[in-house]
Design a protein around this ligand. Structure first.
Ligand code: CP
Length: 336
């Protein structure tokens, strides 16, 4: 299998064997973190990181990953470039992508929530870079997907549960005023269903996710002989859950007139009570693990008791971002 040069915008774009190759290498890299086997894979190479939105884990884990592979990660923001936009003159993506390909071994892009005029615009931007660049384009979270997070989620679940096949994931909307994008939860639906989990989505009315993601998740479940359910009840989905993922996200009408309606989204979210993941609700499950991509909105998406409790594996998963990203970079950009 040759993954050299491949873009990664969504795990659904890669074959199962390709995702397993990443996970297998990530496990080895975690087990033997500073082995000489890994420390020259990106020697003299630069990973360009283009952030439209802030980050803790993604920036730090990609920088650490590049360092541990013997390379370097360069932090870029829109203000550090002069790109053409809908309202300003500047360099086209075609020109920027072609030039960046002469410098970097790969290009990561993060573009979320308030930096896009409509849902799907982030995906289109990444696709445009992928069209013109000669180097891999890696999503560092965009409006639709967060593939590195999805892979880290699965790696963490396997560490704690073994094979996830046949286990039930409850992915539930969580209260809060953060008006978060759909990227992490949509990626989690796709990869967990692909790897054989039963999936239940719980959210208030009006919070439907991308219909393509829901249909693809349903199909993934069918292919694996597993179940897919959805509910608007904040408690029912906990029944029999092996894993609970509680996260806030925006409604399906969050973009109006070319902008995210953040204040309106916050006000709508505040009308929905009873959607905090709590110990009482977790007790209805099958002693479930709690997962979340972080940063966690404690007290809203989940109680402190659950987020810091013995079944929470959020920090292990955050660590795994480093290991899966090292594996992705090694396989798509490295000299192996
Ligand atoms: N999970 C995640 O992507 O975290 P950051 O937003 O801090 O990068």
């Amino acid at each position: 299998m040759d993954l050299y040069g491949r873009d990664l915008l969504c795990t659904q774009d890669w074959a199962i064997e390709e995702l397993e190759a990443v996970l297998e290498l990530a496990v080895k890299m975690k087990r033997d973190r500073f082995s000489d086997r890994w420390t020259s894979i990106l020697k003299h190479k630069t990973f360009l990181m283009f952030f439209y939105n802030p980050s803790v884990r993604t920036r730090q884990s990609f920088e650490a990953a590049a360092t541990e592979l013997g390379g370097h990660a360069q932090f870029l923001e829109p203000k550090s470039m002069r790109l053409k936009t809908a309202t300003t003159a500047g360099e086209t993506i075609e020109d920027a992508a072609k030039v960046m390909s002469r410098y970097g071994a790969g290009l990561g892009i993060r573009i979320l929530e308030d930096k896009i005029p409509y849902y799907g615009a982030g995906q289109e931007l990444l696709e445009e870079y992928a069209r013109w660049a000669d180097i891999p384009i890696i999503s560092m979270a965009h409006d639709k997907f967060h593939p590195c997070q999805g892979l880290a989620d699965v790696m963490g679940l396997r560490e704690h549960m073994g094979d996830v096949r046949g286990k039930k994931l409850l992915l539930t909307w969580g209260s809060g005023a953060l008006a978060r994008s759909w990227s992490s939860v949509q990626e989690a639906l796709l990869i967990s269903s692909r790897l054989g989990m039963d999936v239940t989505v719980a959210c208030p009315e009006g919070y439907d996710l991308d219909p393509w993601v829901i249909e693809t998740t349903r199909t993934n479940c069918e292919v694996n002989g597993r179940t897919f359910d959805s509910t608007h009840d904040p408690v029912a989905g906990y029944e029999g859950a092996d894993v609970v993922y509680s996260r806030n996200w925006v409604t399906s009408n969050a973009y109006v007139d070319g902008a995210l309606q953040k204040q309106a989204e916050i006000e709508i979210a505040m009308q929905h009570t009873g959607w905090t993941c709590s110990a009482d609700k977790m007790a209805k499950g099958n002693n479930p693990y709690f997962i979340h991509p972080m940063p966690v909105d404690r007290g809203n998406e989940v109680t402190d008791e659950v987020a810091s409790g013995p079944r929470s594996i959020i920090v292990d998963i955050a660590e795994n971002r480093l290991h899966v990203q090292k594996a992705i970079m090694a396989l798509t950009m490295g000299s192996t």
